[in-house]
Design a protein around this ligand. Sequence first.
Ligand SMILES: Nc1ncnc2c1ncn2[C@@H]1O[C@H](COP(=O)(O)OP(=O)(O)OP(=O)(O)O)[C@@H](O)[C@H]1O
Ligand SMILES: [Mg+2]
Length: 372
Amino acid sequence: MYDPWVLYARGLITAPNLVLAGIVGSGKSSLAKSLYTRSLPFGRRVYVPGDPKGEHTAVAEAVGGRAIILGRGLSTRLNPLDEGYRPSSMSDETWSSTVASRRRDLLGALAETVLTRPLSPLEHTAIDTALSATVRGNDVPILPMIVDHILSPESTSDPDGRLAEDGRMVGHALRRLVAGDLAGLFDGPSTVTFDPTLPMISLDLSRVAENSTLISVLMTCSSAWMESALLDPNGGQRWCIYDEAWRLMSHPALLKRMDAHWRLARHYGIANMLIFHKLTDLENVGDQGSAMRSLANGLLANAETRIIYRQESDQLGTTARALGLTSTEQKLLPGLGVGQGLWRIKDRSFVCQHQLHPAELDLFDTTTRMTS
Ligand SMILES: Nc1ncnc2c1ncn2[C@@H]1O[C@H](COP(=O)(O)OP(=O)(O)OP(=O)(O)O)[C@@H](O)[C@H]1O
Ligand SMILES: [Mg+2]
């Protein structure tokens, strides 16, 4: 039996977060699905803030939850700039500055990811100015308005045209989210509301075009929408599942956003589960010794439950070093079968076989598409 909230309540771990790594097809997603569905009878809820393979949709529907499917030609939109959950105790002033900084962070992270470089101070100013101008004129800003304001700022804030010049690259980077094949997903007011009474909500991105950077950007938009709704301290104990987390973690700006969210999670009763292929997915972020690298290591350190499924033999050394594995533990990893893993809970370790109920096997199956 494993329950991160119980371990946390007993003081055995200091954060309920979990990292799960293993090669393709080793049974990671199946384990995630069992952990979260089996926790539903205990009153936990489940959120999948971006599911690029759409494999949690059937589970969400089977447990009486909802999958929100996003894709070209579908009418569903999510606005990542939504205000989200507002704590009743918060003053208007604090609330608007909280929302503004959340939006600023998101826009900056999206632009940096598309541009694959950090933004300059001038570019941050361009985003800031556009955001304030948009918020002044509208209750709920949407991405196209921000892009318009970045590309053509109001003349009062840009008398000599230099702000427009400074924001050009950022404007065009963000434009990719509102034009072309990504139009219609995150560029209008939300068409769905977040229903906190459902046992499970999953955002299905499987119908969205496959392009690694853009998928990451879209996962960021969808998680931003969901995360803002999750910041309710009375929302109960909730799982937040980042399947295919390596997509997000491979971009420094997105990793930074994630790290901030991850740190907050505990106060909201949220247990994050991050799913990777290998731990070096985290280590490949940024250069050795860079700030990003230490963020990635911090993330790992912050997850006191690390489940290691089968690893390729060239990964054994790095995995063992990152987790401080003994040589016995290390030797075990290449021989693990599907659904078998080394569970490290703080300094204790266990080898576990994940036993699927036939009904689970049926519902969780990801191989039928390949074999039927
Ligand atoms: N514990 C288990 N017992 C028996 N079969 C399992 C178990 N876990 C997974 N499987 C089988 O292996 C298949 C692949 O599992 P799963 O999709 O969970 O792998 P994964 O590690 O998430 O793969 P990927 O890296 O491609 O996302 C499942 O469809 C299921 O049929
Ligand atoms: Mg999987």
